[in-house]
Write a protein of this length. Structure first.
Lengths: 187, 141
């Protein structure tokens, strides 16, 4: 059992489990699985400047979801520390060689140490990845009306055309960043 | 909300965060691998999640199961006419997803796993959400 909890799970185990979040939340009273809505609830809880988009009863709309969010932090602690996988992630060799060409050398952990550290914030590249990256995720998720969970999982599960268009958008932006912009950022 | 309700959502969230870690979808490297089409892993995770989601929603819709409050479960549809917001908003999100290598769920799971500097992108994402809210009426939807 301990071994199962510490080793990485293949896609055919993890994917269906993530998918089960959709019916679990729906059966809890029609709640739609979507993590980025919490970013809006957080803005609504301290609505500086009285922006209309954040004028709603965030407590009745979002308490369940914010509680879910706190849970996912705990899940990160359990999965990433208590039952941490001692082995490095088995990445595709072609990805590693591509990233080495871009100058990355450290492939340990979940995030590249060169970009994800407090000292990296002092570099232009670190600032761009952490601040601009985070900003675009928050801005884009609300603009699109959902993120990976809300559109790619919940929306596609409900066969919503809008969500399919949003997921196509995710890939337009993602491919543009990976192939055109990231090589410039890391050079 | 009752205490038992809070506990329930806390447990669901914990399980979700745990699976995000075990499936390694929280990994910046896995996102790079996905956008480079070098591995089936991420597509397998998202694909089977959607498959289970589709089957579950069809069962829930067809069986008319009721929620805990006794009302039938309804899912608000997304407005498919707002093509601009999905394409433009989706593309902005995609730029951020590939740059940061994490979407909102993984950002919070990574925080729990001890990547403390992820607090910076979390605050930046809140600022991004706030900026969208403030500019919303000026943006094409």
């Amino acid at each position: 059992m301990f071994e199962f909890l510490t080793q990485p799970w293949p896609w055919y185990v993890a994917g269906p489990l993530i998918g089960l979040t959709v019916p679990l939340l729906l059966l809890s009273g029609g709640k739609m699985f979507g993590v980025s809505a919490n970013l809006r609830h957080i803005c609504a809880s301290c609505n500086i400047g009285n922006v209309e988009f954040f004028n709603y009863d965030w407590k009745s709309a979002g308490r369940w979801n914010l509680t879910f969010l706190v849970g996912s932090v705990l899940g990160g602690l359990l999965g990433g520390v208590v039952f941490a996988n001692p082995e490095p992630i088995q990445l595709a060799a072609s990805t590693i060689s591509d990233l080495q060409e871009l100058g990355l050398t450290n492939f340990e952990g979940f995030v590249p140490a060169e970009l994800f550290s407090w000292s990296a914030l002092g570099t232009g590249t670190g600032l761009l990845v952490l601040v601009v990256g985070g900003f675009l995720v928050g801005f884009g998720a609300r603009y699109a009306g959902g993120c990976t969970s809300g559109h790619a999982i919940s929306g596609l599960s409900d066969l919503q055309l809008g969500s399919l268009i949003a997921v196509i958008g995710f890939f337009i932006g993602g491919l543009l960043m990976t192939y055109l912009l990231y090589p410039i950022i890391l050079s | 909300m009752k205490f038992s309700e809070y506990l329930k959502f806390l447990i669901y969230g914990t399980l979700f965060g745990f699976v995000l870690m075990k499936s390694e979808v929280v990994s910046w490297f896995r996102i790079q691998e996905m956008f480079r089409f070098d591995s089936f892993h991420m597509y397998g995770v998202i694909g089977t999640a959607v498959l289970v989601g589709i089957i579950s929603i069809q069962i829930i819709k067809r069986s008319n199961v009721k929620g805990p409050d006794g009302n039938p479960i309804t899912i608000p549809p997304k407005d498919p006419s707002q093509v601009k917001r999905y394409i433009l908003g989706g593309s902005v999100f995609g730029l951020g997803w590939a740059l940061l290598g994490a979407c909102p769920g993984p950002m919070f799971a990574l925080l729990g796993s001890g990547v403390s500097v992820i607090l910076v992108p979390i605050l930046a994402a809140i600022a991004g959400t706030y900026t969208y809210g403030a500019l919303r009426t000026k943006l094409p939807h």
